[in-house]
Design a protein around this ligand. Structure first.
Ligand SMILES: O=C(CO)[C@H](O)[C@H](O)COP(=O)(O)O
Length: 210
């Protein structure tokens, strides 16, 4: 099980400063969608240059023109690129094909997908690398989480790794770990804490205990 730190509400210098503090506790650093919108793929490039040993995920949430966008994110240094599970099958296949060509990985974000289990089964057959259940900020605000969706994809996915994101905190991490995802994605649960280092370190400890 790996830990991914999601950076959503920072600029590039703030992001790099933050990662310096928690570098040894995380496996993947995510350049979140708002950061890509504000800073462009330059954020991916500068993060990879600053931390060549960390995997960098570009959270592009691709919906169309997937091959091209995966190519651009890969050129910027991304190791993993995200596409939406709601995208057309052709787009998902295009993303997988380009990622394979570039030696990169595709993570499918299942945000807003209604029949999670059925779509996860299809995506798994397309050869995606990760399938991620995700409760976005708007549904977190009304008290939702992704624990049941994680169990649902775990029961159907045979090849892809599974991931979970959306409002995970130190207190809820044990319940997430029980479902045994391959990748746990945490943003505010680390970046919003008074002691960022302690939060990341405690999370890594729980994840390592499995
Ligand atoms: O992709 C995202 C929002 O669309 C976030 O990066 C993801 O939800 C993790 O952040 P948090 O733990 O703060 O919810």
């Amino acid at each position: 099980m790996e830990l991914q730190l999601a950076l959503d509400l920072v600029d590039i210098p703030e992001g790099i400063k933050l990662v310096k503090e928690v570098e040894s506790f995380i496996d993947v650093v995510e350049i979140g969608t708002p950061v890509v919108i504000n800073e462009g793929l330059r954020a991916v490039k500068e993060m990879k240059e600053a931390f060549p040993d960390l995997k960098v995920l570009a959270d592009l949430k691709i919906m169309d023109a997937a091959g091209y966008e995966v190519m651009k994110a890969s050129e910027a240094g991304a190791d993993i690129v995200t596409i939406l599970g709601a995208a057309e099958d052709m787009s998902i296949k295009g993303a997988v094909e380009e990622a394979k060509k570039q030696g990169k990985k595709i993570l499918v974000d299942m945000i807003a997908v209604k029949d999670i289990a059925a779509r996860a089964k299809e995506l798994d057959e397309f050869g995606v690398d990760y399938i991620c259940v995700h409760t976005g900020y708007d549904l977190q605000a009304v008290g939702q989480n992704s624990f049941e969706d994680l169990k649902a994809i775990k029961s159907v996915v045979k090849n892809a790794k599974t991931a979970v994101a959306g409002g995970i905190k130190l207190e809820t991490l044990p319940e997430v770990i029980k479902a045994q995802p391959d990748l746990v994605i945490v943003g505010g649960g680390i970046t919003g804490q008074a002691d960022i280092k302690a939060a990341a370190s405690q999370m890594q400890k729980l994840i390592k205990q499995g």
